[in-house]
Design a protein around this ligand. Structure first.
Ligand code: URA
Length: 237
């Protein structure tokens, strides 16, 4: 609605971001009380969690990029739920993400949380990850060799996750999902368009950090998110 749209378009200050435990609690309660899905589905879903955790562990000890290993506090794998229908892919952790181990918790992350909430979703109902799992020093752009080293991790992560839809936040995420070089991705031209990544549709939109520098562009992202939500069968306007 108009009010939801304005809430994140006009406020940049956000409440502290909280991460996910309530879902897990809710899920375990649900398991006790709800009818059980088929045994196969349960196996598949627990297998997915196991494999994603194994991948997270593998990433946490990755040493492929010497400079990033030397400067990182920790790797940043994901936030949200592996059962999400909607997955956001960003660029790389910044200082706050490096410190907490969670993606999108700094200023840009707080704006992303507002965008998610404007879509009538909670942050713990979606999945959030990045192209790079380590923070590039001084928030510089990811280097081509770093992207190449990290590429298989995101591909495996998304193959396991199998969301219904994804949102590429900015040029580096769009380039990864399109299989293009970042300098071949004219993000302002491509935003608002839907593409296919291994059978999963994804929307290309602008990065929240760009929106912090160019607030009028929030309108474009809102249009893109409305289209995403419409395609998910959860229209917001
Ligand atoms: N920007 C990103 O692209 N990812 C984060 O996790 C934080 C900021």
């Amino acid at each position: 609605s108009y009010i939801d749209k304005n809430r994140w378009e006009e406020t940049v200050q956000a409440e502290p971001v909280s991460s996910s435990p309530p879902t897990e609690v809710a899920e375990s309660i649900e398991e006790e009380t709800m009818p059980r899905p088929s045994e196969t589905k349960r196996m598949e879903s627990s297998e997915k969690l196991i494999q994603l955790e194994a991948l997270r562990a593998e990433v946490s000890v990755c040493r492929k990029c010497k400079m990033l290993c030397d400067t990182r506090t920790q790797t940043v794998f994901s936030d949200g739920t592996p059962h999400a229908e909607l997955c956001f892919v960003g660029e790389a952790p910044g200082a706050d993400e490096d410190a907490t181990g969670l993606p999108f918790v700094g200023k840009a992350g707080q704006l992303l949380t507002k965008i998610i909430e404007a879509c009538k979703l909670q942050r713990n109902e979606v999945y959030i990850c990045n192209v790079l799992k380590c923070r590039p020093p001084n928030n510089r752009n990811p280097m081509p060799d770093e992207i190449a080293h990290c590429r298989p991790y995101l591909d495996r992560q998304l193959d396991l996750l199998q969301p219904k839809m994804m949102v590429a936040l900015g040029k580096f995420a769009a380039a990864h999902l399109l299989g293009e070089k970042p300098d071949k991705v004219p993000i302002t031209k491509l935003r608002g368009t839907i593409h296919d990544y291994r059978g999963i549709p994804f929307m290309i939109t602008l990065h929240p950090a760009y929106l912090l520098r160019n607030p009028p562009a929030k309108r474009d992202v809102w249009e893109d998110m409305k289209e995403v939500m419409r395609r998910l069968g959860r229209p917001v306007e």
